[in-house]
Design a protein around this ligand. Structure first.
Ligand code: KG4
Ligand code: ZN
Length: 341
């Protein structure tokens, strides 16, 4: 006899996407609605927290209604409500958390708070039905660059992390210096396709005694210095070459560290997650390196790499099955650590 299906409504509002999704049994996405605020924040060159919170309040009910309608379910069909409660912008997180608590209270539904990065990692479960822990995951987003050993569902060991800027943050800052606008990652990705990645040599930071840690601020400064140098000398800037050379330096380090970590920990499964995981060059290079080293490579489709609620529903399913429940005192935790409850 098959177990009863578990239907979870998941909410994500940690940054500049208001998102809701209905997920069945952790891996089947019945709906995935994302209202992006990018156009609004573009005007300011980055996310303005106060504007993000206000926009989440405006959009959240609409997004949830659409997620339920698309999935063809009502609140009465649900088994639980899941919500990102950290890390992220406190005002933005609070909108999702308050909404989830209200639904949980009104419909007497169990509430499951989810760590945003656990959500990103769990995005890999959606399309890779056979992927099960243990595996290694490189999480690369706007706020995080983590090499994580997923020992079991919800059990994580952080092997390495960035010492300064996150990979996405470095992309955004370099894109801004090139006048490409926000968010920079996709623009660097596109412009790089027209450039020569070997045109300029940018440094790749290695951290002594911490082979799995990352540092991107030196690279970012090198690009800014290069651009300044060109301007001072009155030389034209070959923007596509700068973008491609910078992207190569980022991708080289990400691939090298992830593959080294896989080899040293004896892991033969490597996944990527987070907004930067939608980068075309990173995906190709990782695939190649994994094939050369006999490692199975997993990645979500781009729509599940950047912020979305389906990934929160996937993570929540495994937490729910383990009996994790949060009370109505659940609060937003802007600096929540992975593995904390
Ligand atoms: O995971 P995400 O949507 O939000 C966070 O949790 O931070 O990641 C957003 C980050 C931004 O820094 C954005 O520039 C970067 O992911 N990004 C990319 C690409 N698409 C998004 N970076 C490189 N290449 C891309 N195609
Ligand atoms: Zn994210």
């Amino acid at each position: 006899m098959s177990e009863k299906d578990i239907l979870i409504l998941a909410i994500e509002s940690s940054c500049d996407e208001t998102a809701a999704a209905v997920v069945k049994n952790g891996r089947e996405v019945l709906s995935n609605v994302i209202s992006s605020q990018i156009e609004l924040h573009k005007l300011y060159g980055g996310v303005v927290p106060e504007i993000a919170s206000r926009k989440h309040i405006e959009k959240i009910n609409q997004v949830i209604t659409e997620a339920l309608e698309t999935a063809g379910v009502s609140l009465d069909d649900l088994d639980a409500i899941a919500v990102t409660y950290g890390p992220g912008l406190v005002g933005a997180l609070l909108v999702g958390v308050a909404e989830a608590k209200a639904i949980s209270y009104a419909k007497k539904l169990p509430l499951v708070g989810v760590h945003h990065i656990e959500g990103h990692i769990s995005a890999n479960y959606i399309e890779n039905k056979d992927l099960e822990p243990p595996f290694l995951c490189l999480v690369v987003s706007g706020g995080h660059t983590h090499l994580v050993k997923v020992q079991d569902y919800g059990v994580y060991e952080i092997l390495g992390r960035t010492r300064d800027d996150a990979a996405g943050e470095a992309c955004d800052k370099v894109a801004r210096a090139l006048g490409l606008g926000y968010p920079g990652g996709p623009k660097i990705d596109r412009l790089s396709a027209q450039g020569n990645a070997d045109a300029i040599h940018f440094p790749k930071a290695k951290i002594a005694d911490s082979p799995f840690d990352f540092s991107f601020s030196g690279l970012k400064s090198a690009v800014l210095n290069y651009l300044n140098g060109c301007r001072m000398k009155g030389e034209p800037v070959m923007e596509a070459d700068v973008a491609a050379s910078f992207q190569k330096a980022v991708v080289d380090v990400l691939v090298e560290h992830a593959v080294l970590a896989a080899k040293e920990t004896g892991m033969n499964k490597l996944a990527i997650a987070g907004g930067v995981a939608s980068n075309g060059t990173l995906r190709r290079r990782m695939e190649q390196a994994c094939a050369e080293n006999g490692i199975a490579f997993y990645h979500p489709s781009p729509i599940f790499c950047t912020d979305n609620a389906a990934m929160i529903g996937a993570a929540a399913y495994y937490e729910f099955k383990k009996g994790v429940r949060h009370g109505l005192d659940l609060n937003a935790v802007p600096n929540l650590k992975l593995g904390e409850r």
